[in-house]
Design a protein around this ligand. Structure first.
Ligand code: ADP
Length: 505
């Protein structure tokens, strides 16, 4: 059934709310935005046609308050809700409630969200479909002696992770049998506290892998497309900070195989909407299903830049009941795109999130550079929201040019007033390992100390330079020392020099 969407509620904030609103404007769709009391001055509030205050309090009272958000949607006559990423975007209950109230949810059906949001259930389903899986099981009973047999069979190191997990929370690498039970217990505790669900999986820990994911899009008429891969191997705390496409690692054959597997998954689960299928790829090029995110990803711009497509526009068309407007063979990729995530965090202090007021934010000026951000001069970075300040994306015909362009763009985009990982990101982009494309999920672990050392050396030499300059200025500037009228006798009078001008008045 087709239904034209004229007004959308964007149930999100910051850069992604702005990103979605931009496409809505281009499509002639009105936007209703949300903000909490402390966000009144943030750019996403002004970007919308209407913005509604969610009040104050914890997230459960604002961006995670399902009934409040649906009430706002109804009161403002929206046809659809776009959840963005994070918050309620993968919440099956929210999706159900939205549909129940007669509003279109821009995303897949709730059953699919539920299935793919659970690592144990989705793995089982993938097994049925015939998708390669990382060897592992759901741990049902801690007293079961077979846990040890299983870990032995898989071979150490093994990984314990929360079935309901996300954002890398609740993961533990276990190197030997004596660490197994304490790690499982710890992971269960963390999983229960973070996700309200203490089920954990035991998996083979793939050593030195790459994280390579495929962007997919499916319509309501069982048409499924993929828009190639994104290599997101550079991560800290299992969270991505640099993403690029194409992956320097994939051969055309492997890309073809993984793309076909992504489509097989979409068909197998009756997918609808935008999604991402994440794979882990080992050193020998064997790939395994990791998980599926049933929403738009943070890193979607690099796919947009290399395919020339607007993924949000496609999401809206699919939600309206339109057929995908192209065939797989018509989707071409061109050039190379890299994204970095600028966080307000201290890379020299275990990536601890930082807060503060942004006094000045730079704006990159080169063609082929995109800055997606929800912050500007004078805005506050608080503890209440994710510390990601911006995404900076560069596009160029070839990888080396894209890297150079992104380095330059980062230099042009400081966030003065808060500590950020900007200089650390520049160091990543300058490192030999990154330049050669030899990047695995171990990258940060392997190169962190060397990059921090470079940052510190650089800062030290800048400080020395600043001190030397200060001396030069102090000794050479006549105004900086005690002066007498005679000191100025050697200089011509400014008014003398301007006399011609004055006479001409
Ligand atoms: P989350 O849902 O918490 O993001 P994922 O399953 O998507 O968890 O994994 C996040 C990251 O953790 C991956 O990109 C990868 O770096 C690492 N990881 C997950 N499973 C494994 C594994 N079995 N072996 C090695 N690394 C893994």
């Amino acid at each position: 059934m087709k239904q034209k969407i004229n007004r959308i509620l964007i149930a999100n904030r910051g850069e992604i709310a702005i990103r979605i609103a931009r496409t809505c404007k281009e499509m002639g769709i009105e936007t209703v935005g949300l903000y909490s009391e402390i966000e009144q001055t943030l750019p996403h509030v002004r970007e919308m046609d209407f913005s509604i205050c969610l009040g104050s309090g914890p997230l459960s009272e604002t961006y995670l308050n399902i009934s409040k958000i649906i009430q706002i949607a109804k009161a403002n006559g929206v046809d659809a809700i776009h959840p963005g990423y994070g918050f309620l975007s993968e919440n099956a209950k929210f999706c159900k409630e939205v549909k129940k109230s007669g509003i279109i949810f821009i995303g897949p059906p709730p059953e699919v969200i539920e299935l793919m949001g659970d690592k144990a259930m989705s793995k089982m389903k993938m097994g049925e479909i015939g998708v390669p899986l990382i060897p592992g099981v759901l741990i049902e009973d801690l007293k079961d002696k077979s846990i040890f047999d299983l870990a032995n069979k898989i071979g150490y190191p093994v990984l314990i992770k929360a079935s309901a997990g996300g954002g890398g929370k609740g993961m533990r690498i276990v190197n030997k049998a004596s660490e197994l039970l304490p790690s499982i217990e710890g992971a269960k505790r963390e999983a229960l506290a973070s996700f309200g669900d203490d089920r954990v999986l035991l998996e083979k820990y793939i050593v030195n892998p790459r994280h390579i994911e495929f962007q997919v899009m499916s319509d309501q008429h069982a048409n499924h497309l993929h828009f190639f891969e994104r290599d997101c191997s550079i991560q800290r705390r299992y969270q991505k900070i640099v993403e690029e496409t194409p992956s320097p690692f994939l051969s055309p054959e492997l890309r073809q195989q993984m793309g076909q597997t992504a489509l097989k998954i979409c068909r197998g689960i009756g997918y609808v909407g935008a999604g991402t299928i994440e794979f882990i790829v080992d050193e020998n090029g064997h790939f395994f299903f990791l998980e599926m995110n049933t929403r738009l990803q943070v890193e979607h711009p690099i796919t947009e830049m290399t395919t020339g497509l607007d993924l949000v526009a496609l999401q809206v068309k699919v939600a309206e009941g339109e057929k995908l407007p192209m065939q797989q063979s018509e989707i071409k990729k061109q050039g190379h795109a890299i994204e970095v995530r600028i966080y307000s965090e201290d890379a020299e202090n275990d990536f601890l999130p930082c807060t503060g007021k942004i006094l000045y934010r730079g704006t990159p000026r080169s063609p082929g550079v995109r800055l997606d951000t929800g912050y500007q001069d004078g805005t506050e970075v608080t503890v209440h929201f994710d510390p990601m300040l911006a995404k900076l994306i560069a596009f160029a015909p070839e990888r080396p040019q894209a890297i150079k362009k992104l380095q330059q763009a980062l230099k042009e985009t400081p966030f003065i007033g808060v500590t950020t990982n900007r200089d650390y990101l520049i160091k990543i982009l300058q490192s030999q390992a990154f330049l050669s494309g030899d990047v695995t999920t171990k990258f940060i672990e392997q190169h962190h100390d060397e990059m921090i050392k470079k940052l510190q050396d650089e800062r030290e030499s800048q400080e020395k330079m600043a001190a030397a300059l200060a001396i030069v200025v102090a000794t050479q500037n006549p105004l900086a020392k005690k002066t007498t009228p005679d000191d100025f006798a050697q200089f011509p009078s400014t008014w003398d020099e301007l006399s011609g001008f004055r006479n001409g008045e």
